[in-house]
Ligand binder design. Structure first.
Ligand SMILES: Nc1ncnc2c1ncn2[C@@H]1O[C@H](COP(=O)(O)O)[C@@H](OP(=O)(O)O)[C@H]1O
Ligand SMILES: [Mg+2]
Ligand SMILES: [Mg+2]
Ligand SMILES: [Mg+2]
Length: 398
């Protein structure tokens, strides 16, 4: 049996191999020219032979447009644009606007697809009385970005449309069917500081990441290896994209020709610089320093926010990414799905601290042992050994 969950008041189509078709809602959507049941059946029949080209093109367009919205907001960020979520983490008008835009673009560009989106933000706070001013600002940002792009002929979106688009991201994901996975701004703390952030979008098919796009508006096109400071003359704005079995490419966000990228091939830890979170609250800097020492890494850590770390690693700026959240933190799939395929298609390996591959099929959270480590194939065995020793030492000193 195949179930296609269409959100936003569009049809929920369920059919079995008989095929028996049930349409549980009327075909009504502001945005979409929705699939007929027949189209849905044809799509399901060719499921296994998909090349994901259309999906990748849609994902690149969605992430690039969202990046434009974010760039505009970051340039003139107001204190009132930044709110605090119930877990005390920050969220801005750009996080919400980016999520609404990506949801909107995917549905417009892939009208015959089922549409399931697992995304970070939800509209709860925007539906409250206190959220109305923020909602108006987000609605204007989304409409302005669509109008400036000029490629969609849609009526102006209402605040309710924007709320609906944001709430499309409530899917639970899982190991069956297709699910888009979105972090509308990864590295919100970096975004608010004026530093690195990324729009991270991936597609899961039967629990596996099959494509990923990372828009990194502040990442220099030139290498940042070994030095996170860069001159203000550096051209910034990178778009990384990867498709399963097809490698990883990078182009400028302005639309230059893509170039194929590859992770560092160094086998020598002394030459290998490593990335970690800028925020010590997100990853233990002490633990990564101990691991780097054991491995013989000489260079100081390169600390930057967001999945820009995966992008930079995929083009060989550094050779290692270490992430060790403090006890009790659960990693979410949108913080790693796009970055993971970008780095693995570029020849890298991403695992948990025990060397297990990252499993994106378990729902909104990653179920993993302790931390996330990323490097090239050659360095992974010695990195795993250093990780094990450092973790043992940390445990025995408690
Ligand atoms: N205590 C914590 N430990 C680990 N990660 C955390 C954390 N609190 C928040 N995060 C996650 O770290 C992400 C940013 O990663 P990085 O440190 O690499 O920039 C955040 O993404 P958002 O900014 O999308 O919320 C958030 O999901
Ligand atoms: Mg994130
Ligand atoms: Mg985010
Ligand atoms: Mg967040």
């Amino acid at each position: 049996m195949v179930t296609i969950n269409c959100l936003r008041g569009v049809p929920k189509i369920t059919y079995t191999s008989t095929p028996k078709i049930t349409i549980s809602k009327p075909v009504v959507s502001l945005f979409s020219k929705r699939a007929s049941p027949l189209v849905a059946i044809v799509a399901a029949a060719s499921f296994s032979s998909m090349s994901y080209d259309t999906e990748l093109a849609a994902a690149k367009k969605a992430a690039s447009l969202a990046a434009r919205l974010c760039q505009k907001v970051q340039k003139a960020l107001l204190q009132s644009d930044v709110q605090s979520k119930s877990d005390k983490s920050p969220v801005t008008v750009a996080d919400y606007g980016s999520q609404a835009l990506v949801s909107f673009v995917l549905e417009r560009e892939l009208p015959s697809e089922s549409f399931s989106l697992v995304a970070e933000e939800d509209s709860g706070d925007l539906r409250k009385e206190s959220g109305q001013e923020t909602l108006q600002r987000i609605t204007k940002l989304v409409n302005d970005t669509i109008a400036n792009d000029g490629s969609f002929s849609v009526p102006t979106l209402t605040a309710a449309d924007v709320l609906g688009a944001i709430d499309c991201g409530k899917s639970d994901g899982g190991s069956h069917g297709r699910h888009w996975v979105l972090d509308p701004i990864d590295g919100t703390k970096g975004f608010v500081r004026g530093d690195q952030y990324a729009i991270a979008l991936a597609l899961l098919d039967e629990g596996k990441v099959v494509l990923g796009v990372l828009a990194c508006p502040n990442l220099p096109l030139a290498s940042i290896g070994g030095d996170s400071r860069h001159s203000s003359d550096d051209e910034v704005g990178c778009l990384f994209f990867a498709k399963v079995g097809a490698g990883t490419y990078m182009q400028s966000l302005d639309g230059s020709s893509p170039i194929k990228v590859h992770v560092s091939t160094t086998e020598n830890p002394e030459e290998a610089s490593f990335f970690e979170s800028f925020e010590a609250a997100h990853s233990s800097h002490d633990l990564s320093s101990s691991i780097a020492n054991k491995l013989g890494v000489k260079a100081p850590p390169v600390r930057i926010d967001s999945q820009a770390k995966y992008g930079a690693l995929s083009r060989g700026d550094g050779a290692i990414y270490l992430r060790f959240p403090h006890k009790g933190y659960r990693e979410k799939i949108w913080d790693h799905a796009a970055g993971c395929i970008v780095v693995t298609e570029a020849g890298g390996v991403a695992t948990d601290a025990a060397g297990n591959p990252l499993d994106f099929s378990k729902g909104r959270y990653l179920d993993l042992d302790t931390g996330i480590i990323v490097t090239n194939q050659k360095l992974m065995p010695s990195l795993l050994k250093a990780v094990r020793e450092s973790l043992d030492e940390a445990t025995s000193s408690l």
